[in-house]
Ligand binder design. Structure first.
Ligand code: C2O
Ligand code: CU
Length: 554
């Protein structure tokens, strides 16, 4: 195993992700940030300098469990203090498991400002993947708003609420086209993009040789959009999800929710005289954003040669049966399976609702909307500061009589720290329950992401979870996939299981950036007394800084 060193400088810069110039948060002058590539077992060192003028920053390594290094998880107010302008902070952590990952800002809505990049972990030297391929293509998917994240954050926390709307563009590897179409010839009334679109927004060209197999690494770091990916005339065979091998299955198109990552195999067995479109469109919300396109360029055709076929159409946004069929097919790969413990020590049931609070709109979990403290939990809990937690712990369950099919009868909610304290090595079940939002006949998809762990996705159900024999029968204890992100479908529930074997303080939240901003999350404080030495510079702020100055030791 190697140590891999990176030196990063994070700054605001002008960029034209969808051909219109805006300000993005870049790394070393690049957008998206540089790709980190390593082998399983390597130690990554990122020496990060914050060159934003007036804002703190942190970076979260999405999908990396941070075993033994919870202080490197990069969650502001949870695992560390935000890094101040002109300060440098070094993340040091082991990438223990091969897979497709990414990293992103985790302070306010900085991810939506473009602070993200790919993190790819190959198998350790001398090891092999359980599938073969000749080449690799990397697709980091995101969405893009023309309003700054500052405007967005103010809008979302205004009274009355101002919804930020749908993103203006979808991006593939940071490139999209607003207000024009690369495939205008196939879209009635669409305007053809100028031939010489700038380098920053030109469509990504993936060049391939005919009759080979490619591994597409696909990850979504969208702020809002749930996506669907398809490649004209080609099948996709799913082999990896969130850094875990899955039982291979072939599809014509695949859903990718924010926080998801996949590897899919594609064989270039189509008419080699043509190029093909790779198309990414919106699911789960009435789409107001044009699909993002990239070119699959069969060599030796010229890359600029437009595909003969129209881009594959995205399935209807509300065809949830199509989405469920895809999601339910994901199972652990035989031979790589780690079956979950047969029973759990604790079950936490989390009702997701949209609510009002003093005229503000919020998302709540068991009727408490998450707010983060001034002092990061990892420091305050490690030092045992009395001020770390509120007086009461959040509810373990919700009222069985709650009608998930209607807007909340009493829409009022309160704020909470939403910290669940987990005992070391206990097996924890989490049931996420979806419900109707404030407006009638609206229930959205929420992709929930867990830090510090993978969980087994035991099962899904429609309607209210009852925990009865019928619900139990829906659970898969034989070959459930291990993941770090799982969706709840509209009006449905999702059951997860994990073992609390990684001391630290871990966020568990909806990966939709505005939803998290509006309180849609909880925190797992896991055996914090067992956390090893926390570097002082990670938590020297707020009440922890005062305690350290008074002589306390981490
Ligand atoms: Cu990728 Cu807490 O997020
Ligand atoms: Cu959400």
């Amino acid at each position: 195993a190697k140590a891999r060193h990176f030196k990063w400088e994070i700054s605001n810069m002008f960029w034209s992700p969808d051909c219109g110039e805006k300000v993005v948060i870049g790394i070393n002058g690049q957008f998206p940030g540089p790709t980190i590539r390593a082998r399983a077992g390597d130690t990554i060192h990122v020496e990060l300098k914050n060159a934003l003028h007036t804002e703190g920053v942190v970076i979260h390594w999405h999908g990396i469990r941070q075993i033994g290094t919870p202080w490197a998880d990069g969650t502001a107010a949870i695992s560390q203090c935000a890094i101040n302008p002109e300060e440098t902070f070094t993340y040091r952590f082991v990438v223990d498991k091969p897979g497709t990952y990414f990293y992103h800002g985790h302070y306010g809505m900085q991810r939506a400002a473009g602070l993200y990049g790919s993190l790819i972990v190959d198998v350790a030297e001398g090891e092999e993947e359980p599938f073969k391929y000749d080449g690799e293509l990397n697709l980091l998917l995101s969405d893009w708003y023309h309003e700054s994240i500052h405007t967005q954050m103010v809008a979302l926390s205004s009274k009355p609420f101002r919804w930020i709307g749908e993103p203006q563009s979808l991006l593939i590897n940071g490139r999209g086209q607003f207000n024009c179409s690369l495939a205008a010839a196939h879209t009635l009334g669409a305007e053809q993009c100028a031939a010489a679109v700038s380098r920053q927004c030109a469509p990504v060209v993936f060049s391939v040789q005919p009759n080979k197999t490619y591994r597409l690494r696909v990850a979504s770091t969208t702020s809002l959009a749930s996506l669907n990916l398809a490649v004209g005339n080609h099948k996709l065979t799913v082999v990896e999800a969130d850094g875990n091998y899955v039982d291979p299955f072939a599809v014509d198109d695949m859903d990718v929710y924010s926080g998801d990552s996949y590897s899919v195999l594609l064989t270039t067995d189509q008419d080699a005289s043509s190029n093909y479109w790779i198309s990414v469109g919106v699911r789960g919300r009435p789409p107001k954003t044009a699909p993002a396109l990239a070119v699959l360029n069969y060599r030796p055709n010229r890359a600029s040669r437009l595909p003969a076929l129209a881009p594959p159409a995205t399935p209807a946004w509300d065809d949830y049966e199509h989405s469920k069929a895809f999601t339910y097919r994901i199972r652990a790969r035989a031979g790589t399976m780690q079956p979950p413990p047969a029973t759990a020590d604790r079950r936490i049931e989390l009702l997701n609702t949209q609510n009002r609070m003093d005229g503000y709109t919020r998302w709540s979990i068991n009727n408490a909307s998450m707010v983060l403290p001034a002092t990061p939990y990892l420091g305050s809990l490690k030092l045992g500061l009395k001020s770390a937690l509120a007086a009461a712990r959040p509810a373990e369950t919700f009222d069985r009589g709650y009608d998930v099919t209607r807007p909340p009868a009493n829409p009022n909610t309160t704020v909470g720290d939403n910290v669940y304290v987990l005992a070391h090595n206990t097996t924890v079940d989490v049931v996420l329950q979806n419900a109707n939002a404030l407006a009638s006949n609206v229930s959205e998809v929420h992709p929930w992401h867990l830090h510090g762990h993978d969980f087994w996705v035991l099962g899904y159900g429609d309607g209210a979870y009852r925990g009865d024999a019928a619900d139990e029968a829906r659970l898969n204890l034989r070959d459930p996939p291990l993941r770090n992100t799982a969706v709840i479908f509209p009006y449905g529930w999702t059951a997860l299981r994990f073992v609390a074997d990684n001391p630290g303080v871990w966020a568990f939240h909806c990966h939709i950036e505005p939803h998290l901003h509006m309180g849609m999350g909880v925190i797992f404080a896991e055996a914090v007394d067992r956390v090893g030495k926390v570097p002082k510079e990670a938590v020297s702020c707020g009440a922890t800084a005062s305690a350290l100055m008074a002589g306390d030791h981490l």
